[in-house]
Design a protein around this ligand. Structure first.
Ligand SMILES: O=C(O)c1ccccc1N[C@@H]1O[C@H](COP(=O)(O)O)[C@@H](O)[C@H]1O
Length: 201
């Protein structure tokens, strides 16, 4: 079964939408350079309203391990998604501070880029074209990937079904593709969930 992660939630109405649609994961972006940035305080408030069956992922870009670990240990998030240049040394440093699960994101620009992802010691990997900018990549580059992965990058209600059918990823991760004018759009969110789940009945 392919799970769904809806990333970049910022408003109480986004939480209401996911509580209705029940993706397996949602994401809060803690990278200050992102238009989807939320403060830890906002994330804490939003998390309090989230259906407890949905896991909250925190997205970080080259953040200090202490800050990542604190949000995990305080229970604001369940999983950390590392979307910058975090190498195995960084992961080891973070593991000294928390034993919560990590998703390491990799930018895939060729089939060779998947080798580093395959070898990661992170509990889970995420394969993306960019960083929340709605770009897709050539999915044929994923032929050699044998471990489960989150597929990200330019997914939307129109291409999600095809992605699930062709690749059967562990999860599909979406942000830009369920937005209108920079905000999450309940109709696109519903259409995305329908496209993924209809492909699996
Ligand atoms: O969403 C962001 O602004 C962001 C910023 C920095 C790193 C990652 C970010 N988002 C992640 O990007 C992918 C794909 O997003 P999209 O569907 O292509 O818009 C997803 O994993 C988000 O978690």
């Amino acid at each position: 079964m392919t799970r769904i992660k809806m990333c970049g939630l910022r408003r109480p109405e986004d939480i209401e939408a996911v509580n209705e649609l029940k993706p397996e994961y949602i994401g809060f972006v803690f990278f200050p350079g992102s238009k989807r940035y939320v403060t830890p305080e906002t994330a804490k408030t939003l998390r309090a309203g989230l259906n407890p069956g949905i896991k909250a992922v925190g997205v970080f870009v080259d953040e200090e391990p202490e800050k990542v670990a604190r949000l995990l240990e305080e229970g604001v998030i369940d999983i950390a998604q590392l979307h910058g240049h975090e190498d195995e040394t960084y992961l080891a440093e973070l593991r000294k501070k928390t034993d919560k699960p990590l998703i390491r994101a990799f930018r895939i620009r060729s089939a060779e880029d998947t080798q580093q992802a395959q070898a990661s010691t992170a509990e889970q990997i995420l394969l993306d074209a960019g960083a929340g900018d709605g770009k897709t990549f050539d999915w044929s580059w994923l032929k050699e990937v044998t471990r489960p992965y989150f597929l990200a990058g330019g997914l939307n209600p129109e291409n999600a079904g095809e992605a699930v059918k062709k690749l059967k990823p562990y999860a599909v991760d979406v942000s830009s593709g369920i937005e209108t004018e920079g905000y999450k759009d309940i109709n696109k969110m519903r259409a995305f969930v329908r496209a993924v789940r209809e492909e699996q009945v």
